[in-house]
Design a binder for this molecule. Structure first.
Ligand code: AMP
Length: 304
């Protein structure tokens, strides 16, 4: 059998973001779940992006992905404006408010996978409407491992579709407040139990700057976040984490719990770099050696 062209397919949003933090405002910068996730995964494995942009999408952004060796055969450019999102962070940077969401070309997006991508052993269904995630799942042939992400919006407006697609995936990731919203349970362990009952073997709950937890039916694994001196923009941190995790898992060729735990460390450390600057600005300057050095430093911090 010939090796697939990409080892990991990532589908998600591609956006032009305007972001305001307590100290800085940045307009029209590159964002979206697929953009962050593919950038992170590209440090570890050959990654293919599936998404949509409008005819207004700057060529410089496409060049950014191309220099990271992200395969763009699954990227559609259609007549119209690119998806836009803007948000403002609160003083503590933990919470933010969405100021506007313009779906634009995203409104009629139907993700179509290039033939090669259908054979990729690893698939990350990034944050888009669950009906579209399902449409992608229907196109892939026998993937080894599928991770799905979501957000509060889909839990609120498309919970049935979401529940259906979660049941077909190996692993679900969502953040703490989303797990509470979905299940109505405040306890993380109770929420995880309920989510595991939907079908996935693994549930990964992200707790922002407080790290993350991986749950299975038998046990739980707690991973702290790398303590940063300072950071500029947490937008896309969860997508960077998940993309790095899936990239590292695909590079290992494995899907077992030990491999997932190791991959979580790589995802978390890659995300710690991502938030140091806005958009992909830090990730485009990052190299694999820097990731390895920080991983070692992190492991030393956790040694007991
Ligand atoms: P996160 O910080 O993980 O919520 O991811 C932020 C990214 O998600 C931004 O770059 C946005 O462009 C993108 N985004 C915001 N709203 C949506 C939405 N409704 N669907 C898909 N992507 C979105």
């Amino acid at each position: 059998m010939t090796k697939p062209v990409v080892d990991l397919t990532i589908v998600g949003s591609i956006g032009i973001d305007t972001i305001e933090t307590p100290t800085e405002k940045r307009e029209e910068i590159l964002g979206g779940s697929a953009s962050y996730a593919c950038a992170a995964a590209s440090f570890f494995t050959h990654t293919g992006m599936v998404g949509v942009v409008g005819t207004d999408f700057p060529k410089a952004f496409i060049d950014t992905w191309a220099t990271m060796n992200i395969d763009l055969a699954g990227l559609q450019t259609v007549e119209g404006k690119t998806f836009r999102w803007s948000g403002v962070y609160h003083e503590n940077m933990d919470n933010r408010d969405t100021l506007s969401t313009e779906l634009n070309v995203f409104e009629t997006f139907s993700p179509e996978l290039p033939e090669d991508y259908k054979e990729a052993p690893y698939l990350f269904l990034g944050n888009i409407h669950p009906a579209l995630q399902l449409h992608v799942l229907e196109q892939v042939r026998n993937p080894k491992f599928v991770l799905i992400d979501t957000m509060d919006l889909w839990i609120n407006i498309a919970k049935d579709d979401l529940t259906q697609v979660i049941g077909k995936c190996d692993m679900l990731t969502l953040n703490e407040s989303e797990s509470q919203l979905y299940t109505g349970k405040n306890s993380l362990t109770q929420a995880a139990k309920e989510l595991l009952n939907l079908g996935p073997e693994y549930v990964l709950i992200k707790k922002g700057g407080n790290g993350s937890m991986l749950f299975t039916k038998d046990d739980a694994f707690l991973l702290h976040a790398y303590p940063l001196d300072s950071f500029k923009d947490p937008t896309g941190a969860g997508d960077t984490f998940a993309g790095g995790l899936m990239g590292a898992l695909a590079a290992s060729g494995k899907t077992d719990k030990e491999a997932i735990r190791q991959a979580m460390v790589y995802g978390s450390i890659t995300a710690s770099f991502g938030v140091e600057e806005f958009s992909l600005e830090r990730l485009t300057q990052l190299d694999r050696d820097e990731i390895e050095i920080r991983v070692e430093e992190f492991k030393e911090m956790c040694r007991i």
